[in-house]
Write a protein that binds this ligand. Structure first.
Ligand code: 8OZ
Length: 368
């Protein structure tokens, strides 16, 4: 039986172990440009089998928080290039998470103070972060406007262009499409945020249409074997809900199975919170079985609240990869610590979002 420390193939990505650094928003990219400090942070963690970057906006419209990075300007791509070079220098593999926040934004972050966009004009009961004078402040998200159907091909194209630039200009090993946590693609999937009456709303097939168009466009441009996707069937994050998640995600996974993706990344339960949600039951084993039954060969990546014992048991029962979030914030050498059963540093919540090196690149490794 494989262990967490054994190599694994995820599409075209040959990974040294099955421990993945989950995407983690850290708000340390002023003007959305990745910095040398970010290159240091990611390269410190390069012993992970795979690093997934923090969520990275594909356009200004896709921005929802202060000081999160983008992937649509030359300086942003150059900034990411120094990150990928540092990670490759340290023998790591890194994919960038492609992000459009949809309605989880504030008009101050949008071009000319425009309203954020969404499947329907329904405000999310959630907060975003604006950093003013260096101080992160939580603010209500702004009322969005519903996207016209004519605008959707442009959004698909923007994902595709970002994926191409990620590979060609920024030197990434692949991309992960962020379709989780109540952001744009998840807003289209779930009925609480999608009340459209056109081809992109109503039936499961219609609500999954934009997501599948994006995945086809991205994987068509850079190769399915370098494309992953993140999904969160039942998370309440950012005020999305679907009363029937099992058939919805069953359909999505059966469609994705035909696209030869590198991996499927599933958040089990409430993002960063409870794995079991009695009011939102979901059968993840059935979801994986549907994907495999439909011919899906991508690596199966699980996430949310894993410790080593739970991770090994997941690998034993058919997961290929386990993503760790907070543990990677506080333990740059997490792989080595897990391998040696060494104690873990505790993460400091106060320095998760915004700031500089403190709580970012200064967590000690075992040898320090
Ligand atoms: C925490 C804070 C801001 C954004 C996600 C991109 O939940 C995020 C995020 C997390 O996927």
């Amino acid at each position: 039986m494989p262990s967490l420390f054994d190599p694994v193939q995820a599409g075209d990505l040959q990974l040294a172990n099955r421990i993945v650094m989950a995407p983690l928003t850290r708000n340390r990219a002023p003007d959305a440009i990745p910095t040398a400090l970010m290159a240091e942070y990611y390269s410190q963690r390069a012993s992970a089998g795979l690093l997934i970057t923090e969520a990275t906006a594909i356009s200004q419209q896709g921005q929802g928080y202060s000081d999160v990075p983008g992937l649509y300007g030359t300086e942003q791509l150059d900034g990411w290039k120094q990150v990928t070079e540092a990670v490759h220098e340290a023998d790591g593999k890194i994919v960038v998470q492609l992000w459009h926040v949809g309605r989880v934004s504030h008009h101050d972050l949008q071009e000319h103070g425009a309203a954020p966009v969404a499947p329907s004009a329904i405000t999310a009961k959630t907060k975003t972060v604006l950093i003013k004078d260096g101080v992160p402040t939580f603010v209500d998200t702004s009322e969005p406007r519903a996207l016209d159907a004519e605008e959707l091909p442009g959004i698909v194209h923007t994902y595709q262009a970002a994926a191409r630039n990620a590979m060609v200009s920024a030197g990434f090993d692949g991309v992960e499409i962020h379709a989780a946590n109540g952001y744009l693609l998840d807003q289209f999937l779930k009925s609480s945020s999608n009340q459209r009456t056109d081809d992109y709303g109503g039936s499961i097939k219609n609500r999954a249409r934009l997501l599948l168009e994006v995945v086809r466009a991205v994987s068509g441009a850079i190769g399915g074997g370098r494309t992953g996707i993140r999904l969160s069937p039942v998370t309440p994050a950012n005020d999305v809900h679907d009363p029937h998640p099992q058939p919805l995600f069953d359909y999505v996974l059966r469609q994705l199975a035909t696209l030869d993706l590198a991996y499927i990344h599933i958040i089990e339960g409430a993002t960063g919170g409870a794995r079991d949600m009695p009011d939102r039951p979901f059968d993840y084993a059935a979801l994986q079985a549907s994907y495999r039954a439909a011919g899906g060969k991508g690596a199966w990546m699980v996430n949310n609240g894993y410790d080593e014992a739970l991770a090994e048991s997941a690998i034993g029962s058919g997961a290929d990869l386990v993503a760790f979030g907070k543990a990677f914030i506080a333990n740059p050498d997490l792989v080595q610590r897990l391998r040696r059963n060494a104690p873990l540093n505790a993460p400091d919540k106060a320095t998760f979002y915004g700031g500089g090196a403190e709580g970012y690149t200064d967590y000690p490794t075992l040898s320090n």
